[in-house]
Write a protein that binds this ligand. Structure first.
Ligand SMILES: *Cc1c(COP(=O)(O)O)cnc(C)c1O
Length: 391
């Protein structure tokens, strides 16, 4: 006989999921109703409007895919691309590589523009690729590279894509709600995000939005979308006009209550205030780390406030430090991936987790865990340095 599962209460400061606001968990536990109940349809319409607010778009086709961020990524590529098409993909971390996988598995050609992990996407290289491949159908890039803590210049990249007549595709899984993002003003044609990063909702949903131009491309396809579940032509019938909504799949009812509540929290705070809050806690955190003698991998100009790539000092067992944080402080941070494995820790300050309490908690945990490994750091300075940023 098994017992009910009662998870430990952790502070989630990794690359996601982030701490979930208790208000959102409460929403999740409200009574389940039918997915074609008029009240549920009203909720779906509100979620669409709230997502339009969060993405800063008027796009009619704006909705959450009933699956995690990776499904949003796949939805965008399989709907916009048809076998034989060409796509230019910017890659400076793990998620650019996943875009390539999606493009190639759809029977298309991925022209890769690669930059070092930890560096921002180089605009000149992208322009060269656009000039060389005038037949490319789309340009895709990751706005906030969660694997490295780098923010790419989405506004400039989108402008380049438009200039060379490509559809502009953006991975905003970790950027939505954390840093400035303007779908319409920047000319983005297709964008996907995730519920569990800066929206601080439970994992498992992927907000997406498609411009009218992208919708035209999807509607005028010569071939069927290879994925039945992610075919936006079919999903549109379910999430589209409220009068004649038809069954496609059963929406994840309670998770959508949670997403609605998360988006309400964002709207109540205001987008600009949310972006400023992420920035403030990032500055306090970095100030504390530097006072201790630690440093950030990424250049100041392209640092993400919501994902801090902290260099592992020589002589430190990085996995042991993460274990100490988890076991002694109930604090989760992330390890480096790929080329950065063993070289960085990834400390998220996303959504509800982006708070003064968490910054101070994490700095003290780092300090004592490094002292326990006999690293000669400056002790007793980090908290004051962080508090100075707040005062
Ligand atoms: C987390 C993440 C994803 C994948 O989202 P899942 O919800 O884990 O499927 C994609 N892109 C970026 C940039 C991410 O940070």
């Amino acid at each position: 006989m098994s017992n009910s599962f009662h998870p430990p209460v952790r502070t989630l400061m990794g690359p996601g999921p982030s701490d979930v606001n208790p208000r959102i968990l409460e929403a999740l536990s409200r009574p389940t109703i039918g997915h074609l109940d008029p009240e549920f349809i009203r909720l779906m319409d509100e979620i669409k409007a709230l997502l339009q607010y969060a993405f800063k778009t008027k796009n009619e086709l704006t909705l959450p895919i009933s699956a995690p961020g990776s499904a949003g990524m796949e939805a965008v590529f399989v709907n916009l691309l048809e076998r034989g098409d060409k796509a230019i993909i910017c890659s400076n971390g793990a998620f650019g590589g996943r875009m390539q996988e999606n493009v190639e598995r759809a029977g298309c050609t991925a022209v890769m523009v690669n930059d070092e992990w930890g560096q921002a996407v180089n605009l000149e290289k992208v322009e060269t690729a656009l000039k060389q491949h005038t037949d490319a159908k789309l340009l895709a890039f990751v706005h906030a590279e969660t694997s490295t803590g780098v923010g790419n210049d989405a506004k400039a990249l989108a402008a380049l894509g438009q200039q060379y007549d490509c559809l502009v595709v953006v991975d905003a899984v970790t950027s939505l709600g954390g840093i400035p993002l303007e779908v319409d003003a920047w000319g983005i044609d297709a964008i996907y995000s995730g519920s569990q990063k800066c929206l601080s909702c439970i994992p498992g949903l992927s907000p997406v939005s498609f411009s009218p131009k992208a919708v035209e491309v999807i509607k005028s396809r010569k071939t069927k979308v290879q994925s039945w579940f992610l075919d936006m032509n079919l999903v549109m019938g379910y999430w589209g006009q409220s009068t004649k909504r038809s069954y496609h799949h059963t929406a994840p009812i309670n998770p959508l209550y949670a997403l609605h509540e998360a988006l309400l929290c964002l709207q109540e705070e205001g987008l600009v205030s949310a972006w400023e809050r992420h920035n403030l806690h990032h500055r306090a955190f970095v100030s504390g780390l530097e006072a201790m003698g630690l440093s950030i991998l990424v250049d100041q100009a392209s640092r993400l406030p919501q994902l801090n790539a902290v260099r592992v000092p020589d002589g430190v067992d990085e996995a042991l430090l993460r274990r100490t944080l988890l076991n002694q402080y109930d604090l989760e941070i992330g390890a480096g991936l790929g080329a950065l494995a063993g070289k960085i820790w990834r400390v998220g300050l996303m959504g509800f987790a982006s708070s003064q309490k968490n910054v101070l908690h994490c700095l003290s945990a780092f300090e004592s865990a490094l002292v326990a490994q006999n690293l000669p750091i400056s002790t007793g300075r980090a908290i004051n340095a962080a508090l100075k940023v707040y005062s």
